[in-house]
Design a protein around this ligand. Structure first.
Ligand code: NDP
Length: 326
């Protein structure tokens, strides 16, 4: 038996609780991992508190991230004792995930733990941080350079936002942080933001084109914030879109794209190809100051995870949450 969070439907009602789970119930896979750390992402909070549509079958162990040590393997790429991490691939949604002491997975989903990180640091970064890196790499691919001007990071005090600010600032970009929490100004500046912008300035319906300001954008919010970010991006700039914390809609026009040559670059971490993941994790080892993770990430125990997940949905948690699983 091992401990984990189990989400189930009991008489039609969603129930998430710490449970003793029989190892025989683990799903199919060619690698078994003793999970040391997991995390709480926005998606985990949705899974634990709302179930569907994130959870695609019940019962489900949530947790889209995990890091730990291989305890059994019939996969030639992994041996007992190897340190590994996992982000996405539908784990914690359609396949049991990381918020439990054991996980059984497909070896092809795993990434060897980069040498620069231990399990805890890797999970302090987690899917949110790895997605932030994918956004930065997308800006770079589109040719956005530090000398081109300011980069807007939205949802700045959250997980993706915090890591995006830290990485961009270390790379020499001038970062402006859009936040609904002006009380976090000092925190955001400590990560490297030059200034903050109140969320209200971008969350209402705006004009198809606004004053050109941003050379690039990392957006996690969607909806009017994303539409306004596109409308105020400079000629030839790039907006990366990875989230929907403010809504799934995009009430925009084609004006920024056809009149200013703005690029809207979508970023997905869940099914991102292996080569891109390996590169993102390599870059995190190089371009994220590990000292900042201490202020970005808060550690909690598995037994605190359900309560903490509700605070994520209320927008009350700052940065990242690392869960010590075993
Ligand atoms: P967090 O909950 O840590 O952060 C989200 C931030 O968005 C909050 O801290 C808040 O920032 C801001 N926010 C919250 N609610 C609203 C609102 N109603 N309107 C405007 N801003 C709001 O989440 P993550 O950083 O982990 O993830 C952010 C988004 O990115 C989520 O939608 C998530 O699902 C998505 N995501 C997508 C991935 C992908 O593969 N495409 C991977 C990882 C995440 P502040 O208080 O500073 O305003």
């Amino acid at each position: 038996m091992f401990k984990g969070i189990l989400i189930d439907k009991i008489d039609g009602a969603l129930n998430a609780q710490i449970s003793d789970i029989d190892e025989a119930a683990l799903p199919e896979g060619d690698v078994t991992v003793a999970v040391e750390y997991s995390t709480l992402n926005y998606k985990d909070a949705l899974a634990i508190n709302r179930g569907a549509p994130v959870v695609r079958s019940f019962p489900m162990v949530p947790g889209i991230d995990l890091a730990g040590t291989v305890t059994e393997s019939s996969n030639p790429d992994y041996a007992v004792g190897d340190k590994v991490l996992l982000n996405g691939w539908g784990v914690g949604e359609g396949h049991w995930g990381g918020l439990a002491e054991k996980a059984r997975l497909k070896g092809e989903w795993l990434v060897p733990l980069p040498e620069s990180f231990d399990s805890k640091t890797a999970m302090a970064i987690g899917t949110a941080g790895y997605t932030a890196m994918l956004c930065v790499m997308a800006l770079e691919r589109q040719g956005v350079k530090p000398e081109d001007g300011e980069i807007l990071v939205t949802g700045a005090a959250g997980g993706v936002g915090s890591v995006a600010i830290a990485v961009l600032a270390k790379l020499g970009y001038t970062v402006i942080a859009l936040t609904g929490r002006p009380e976090e100004k000092e925190y955001l500046q400590s990560l490297g933001a030059k200034d903050i912008l109140p969320r209200e300035e971008m969350s209402e319906p705006g004009r198809p084109l606004a004053r050109e300001r941003w050379a690039g954008v990392v957006d996690v919010v969607g909806s009017h914030v994303l539409a306004n970010a596109c409308a105020s991006t400079k000629y030839g700039g790039t907006v990366t879109a990875c989230g929907l914390a403010g809504g799934m809609d995009l009430p925009s026009t084609v004006a920024p794209f056809i009149l200013r040559g703005v690029t809207l670059a979508g970023v997905d971490s869940v099914m991102a190809p292996r080569a891109l993941r390996l590169e993102a994790w390599r870059r995190l080892g190089e371009d994220l100051d590990p000292a900042l993770l201490g202020s970005i990430a808060e550690e909690i125990s598995l037994s605190q995870a359900i309560e903490a997940s509700a605070r994520i949905l209320d927008g009350k948690l700052r940065g990242r949450v690392v869960v010590k699983v075993s």
